[in-house]
Design a protein around this ligand. Structure first.
Ligand SMILES: Cc1cc2nc3c(=O)[nH]c(=O)nc-3n(C[C@H](O)[C@H](O)[C@H](O)COP(=O)(O)OP(=O)(O)OC[C@H]3O[C@@H](n4cnc5c(N)ncnc54)[C@H](O)[C@@H]3O)c2cc1C
Length: 392
């Protein structure tokens, strides 16, 4: 499709403005082109124009977009490369009542073998803006790259979250956490599209209602995260190490201050050893990370567990118990399973696709483990990933 003459004229004027360093005029013309339904980008020899409507791809298996390599086809898949595009596509789909699945890196979803009968919107927006220690990141930026960048710039606050797959926009959904940090500690606000009203607005961290691997967003469909603002710290000496295994690996006491770059490197070491850094050649990483969350139990329930069960105090007298311990003691060791879906050989909580599994295979394994733990300890484990078109 050839752009109409006014759009081409605006693109030429924009290029001149850019060449003269006139950012105000360039931005105004970019917005004008955008409003006319086109996207303009810089190329080495000028500019390129493409229709603003999202790139829409034919139905391809969602298995190609999930770290489990599982999931049937979507009816339609659109790739939204700008925030305006993302908002447009969603408003359009919502107005027509079409079911929508927002897709980030596909590292925390389990999609039915039958696929998704609706529009999958893949978030592919980009951009990182820094103002002092405040960093605002577009939802489509890969999370691990952002961690690497802010650590390299001397900022502290997310270094223990290195190696977590997926995109920034998904980090608030389940309040991602690892090695003593979680994003709730540093998120200042989240820019969202409210799909009920079609309005774009900002939610404070309080409004996100973050708890352990949960938030106001998880399992819901009302909000789409467009960007996340993190309040980090400028601290060349680093931050306090809170997680015992991480402190041990670094050779320091819990609470010691360690430079963020060292913490990040240590976390990546620990994660690799557990198959928790994506590696296409290693089936132990064909997972969603931990499949089950650590159960948070009341005093009565905990009293019934063996004294050896690892546990950590939570708010209101509740206690978090190690799901990995319960699973192992119920008879599901690392590597458990004879079929194409097995417990990872490196981590008891990761359920993996050995290459030829289906979603049905994976869920059968998950049910066997959940039921085994319930029969042995009376505790019902809850899954961490979002289930799409299936139930456990
Ligand atoms: C090897 C491995 C290790 C992992 N380790 C950890 C870990 O240490 N700690 C941890 O917390 N998690 C971990 N995870 C889980 C996962 O990486 C995180 O939950 C991650 O944040 C998911 O990001 P994603 O972009 O892949 O989300 P997706 O899987 O694409 O989506 C997850 C959910 O969020 C929704 N969603 C995604 N983007 C948006 C958006 N912009 N707006 C609204 N909704 C959205 C989706 O619709 C879906 O419901 C791990 C996963 C793997 C495979």
């Amino acid at each position: 499709m050839r752009p109409p003459p006014p759009v081409r004229a605006a693109a030429r004027a924009r290029q001149e403005a850019r060449d003269h360093g006139d950012d105000t005029a360039r931005d105004r013309l970019t917005a004008q082109i955008h409003a006319a339904g086109w996207l303009v980008s810089d190329t080495p020899d000028g500019y390129a124009l493409e229709p603003r409507r999202s790139r829409e791809l034919a139905a391809i298996p969602l298995a190609q977009h999930t770290t489990l390599r599982l999931g049937g086809p979507a009816r339609r898949l659109a790739v939204a490369q700008t925030e305006a595009d993302l908002v447009d596509v969603l408003r359009g789909a919502d107005a027509s009542g079409e079911p929508v699945l927002i897709l980030g890196g596909g590292s925390n979803i389990v999609v039915a073998d039958e696929g998704f009968d609706g529009l999958v919107v893949q978030v592919a927006t980009d951009g990182v803006e820094r103002s002092d220690a405040r960093v605002t990141v577009a939802a489509g930026e890969p999370w691990d790259g952002v961690v690497e960048q802010v650590v390299a710039e001397g900022l502290v606050g997310v270094e223990a979250l290195a190696g977590i797959p997926g995109l920034v926009g998904a980090t608030p959904i389940q309040n991602v956490g690892a090695y003593g940090q979680e994003v709730a500690q540093t998120i200042a606000s989240v820019r969202v599209l409210d799909r009920r009203t079609g309005e774009v607005g900002t939610m404070s961290a309080d409004a996100c209602r973050f708890t352990y691997r949960h938030s106001a967003f998880k399992g819901g469909h009302d909000h789409v995260v467009l960007a996340v603002t993190f309040d980090l710290h400028e601290a060349p000496a680093g931050g306090a190490v809170r997680y015992p295994a991480l402190a041990a690996h670094l050779g320091v006491e819990v609470g010691a201050t360690v430079p963020a770059a060292e913490v990040r490197a240590a976390v990546l070491d620990l994660r690799r050893a557990k198959g928790m850094v994506l590696d296409a050649a290693d089936h132990d990483t064909w997972s969603v990370g931990s499949f089950f969350t650590n159960p948070i139990l009341g005093a009565d329930e905990v009293a019934g567990l063996p004294a050896a069960a690892p546990r950590w105090p939570e708010r209101d007298g509740q206690v978090k118990v190690s799901a990995a311990w319960l699973i192992e003691q119920a008879g599901f060791a690392k590597g458990y399973g004879a079929g194409p879906a097995q417990v990872s050989g490196k981590h008891t909580l990761a359920l993996t696709n050995r290459g030829s599994a289906t979603t049905a295979d994976l869920l059968a394994l998950a049910r066997e483990i959940r039921d085994g733990v319930r029969d042995r300890f009376g505790v019902t484990l809850v899954q961490e990933p979002v289930l799409v078109g299936v139930t456990l």
